[in-house]
Design a protein around this ligand. Sequence first.
Ligand code: B12
Ligand code: SF4
Length: 610
Amino acid sequence: MRQCCQGCHLRYRGFDLASQSSRFTFVMIKPSHYDDDGYVIQWAKSAIPSNTLAALYGIAEDCAGRQALGAGVGIDLVPIDETNTRVHPERLAARIRRDGGTGLVGLVGVQSNQYPRALDLARKFRALGCQVCIGGFHVSGTLAMLPGVQPELQEAIDMGVSLFAGEAEGGRLDEVLLDARAGTMKPIYNHMDDLPGMEGTPVPILPRDRIGRTAGRHTSFDSGRGCPFQCSFCTIINVQGRKSRYRTADDIERIVRVNVAQGVNRFFITDDNFARNRNWEQIFDRLIALREDEGFDVKYIIQVDTLCRKIPNFIEKAGRAGVKRVFIGLENINPVNLAAAAKRQNRITEYRRMLQAWRSIGVLTYAGYILGFPADTPESIQRDIDIIKRELPVDLLEFFYLTPLPGSADHKALFEKGVPMDADLNRYDLNHSTTGHPTMSRAQLEQAYRDAWETYYSPEHVETILRRARASGISVGNTLFLCLWFYGCVTLEKIHPLEGGWWRKKSRTDRRPGLPIENPVTFHARYWADQLVKHWKMLQLVVRYGRLRRQIKADPNARSYSDLSLEPVKDDEMDELEMFTLSQSAQNAVSKARRDAAASAAAKARAAAG
Ligand code: B12
Ligand code: SF4
């Protein structure tokens, strides 16, 4: 074995970094995080493939195709999503080392809640002599918003781990891989001031066998990055920028075709706000052509803002393009809370029209709803959820704690004021409370959060949701499946539905450092008992709701079901519905909406007059 490179800042035990071997292995791991008992959250089948993993795999595949490491140097790509695959550091290190090869372990798309797990994995790989680089929102957000290098980032650097901030397209990954090949990796690669364009960048893709480890036929891609708005709880604007960047319609068509060719025809378009994508219409037109002219059986989930209804043709074209589910960042129905989060673009007076517009084309709506704003109390939270159940025709509601995510303006403000925040980043998954509230104790807020899920997914309301689905031509079976998924994840698995999957796997020895490795007998006995209890409870729900589903489907009147939320929006409803009359701030929002409508009508009349 030749001598290790002496000049670089990192030294790698057991690796021949100046190797002339023609093999380079790039292991890309999307880490999971720990549950409340310290076990890695992992499933036999996770819900949906990681978009960051797909993006990085596509970029790396492009590097390999271009022989970015030099003529004749093959790049072996190993994508691993820890939410569905156990990571075996020793085996991966051996794979890198095979035939005198070199390589890099990339910890990919690491969010704040995943950072502790990423550090634990990095430590193991470093002990095995591997080069490691961590990228993703925690590194980027923290470097963008906080002064200097924060202690948890320094901890990685001190271990000899490199950090990557910014995005990897536009040749930025080439630099990292070349340095890894030469054994000269830098402590930090910071491209935050220089975000790449997205046009013509490599197709985000994952091999079919990796997608097979997820529940459905879904994969994901982003058609744009960045957002023009300024919500204070959001990290996206500070990481991806407020100036949006986009893929072209050609790029999107290529992504769809390549995936369909490998049997994947359901897509989650991960843009936080597809309605703000400058190319939305060309993209929809292209997707419509694929469906209507070429007969592609493709369906999409997209994320939009509440103003999307105002964009001419947007909803109609979304339906024709194959959009079947829409995620909306509703966040709250109290204008005071929306203003506190600087989410002024959300107008409560628009919610009903927008949700009904999606229903009218048979699209299922999910909405995110944040709890823990300064004006919230346990009573106001319950009251607001009851109003939503009666007056808003949204299908699924997902609750989140208002969380000062590193990289957000909220986090920066608390950091600068020295307000205590939970030191354990593993809890920053929006499913745990992480900081104080002006009027509620932590116990009260946590109870209000649990009650919110129970209230919304009560048996009576699930029945209402299913009846509304039938009346709007939305699949009752799918809607029921999602209700059970959401409710089951939170109440049985104690994790957020966005982190759910099928058949929880737990590895006894993959426990968070600092917690004891359990005795095999007690561990396995508890694991199986737990699985049995959870599946029994879920089976009971499936049987009970399955009966209800059959009743609804057999009911000849089910299609004509209606309730207050489904009633067409009337001009005078803002004087009647509780959502608009309950508080002074809601009444102010109504007055403003009326003034805006009058001004716009007057402008139209002036334009028509000449
Ligand atoms: C899609 C998405 C999801 C999907 C994930 C599944 C999927 N199909 O991807 C779903 C809906 C399930 C989800 C869930 C959650 N999410 Co999410 N999600 C996103 C979203 C919208 C897009 C992520 C993405 O794909 N971006 C595009 C990729 C290409 O960008 P990227 O990740 O930054 O990667 C680039 C660079 O960072 C770099 N890079 C990354 N890793 C590496 C590694 C190496 C070695 C190198 C060289 C480079 C590199 O190269 C990449 C390509 O340029 C982001 C917001 C956003 N706009 O990014 C939030 C976001 C990442 N999510 C967030 C959160 C908090 C969550 C949840 C914890 C909470 C929740 N309940 O919503 C869960 C956790 C689930 C989990 N286990 O991941 C936060 C994270 C903030 C933070 N500081 O931690 C974000 C930023 C949104 C926000 N609220 O601010 N999420
Ligand atoms: S929460 Fe959504 S709308 Fe608000 S800034 Fe972030 S991405 Fe934009």
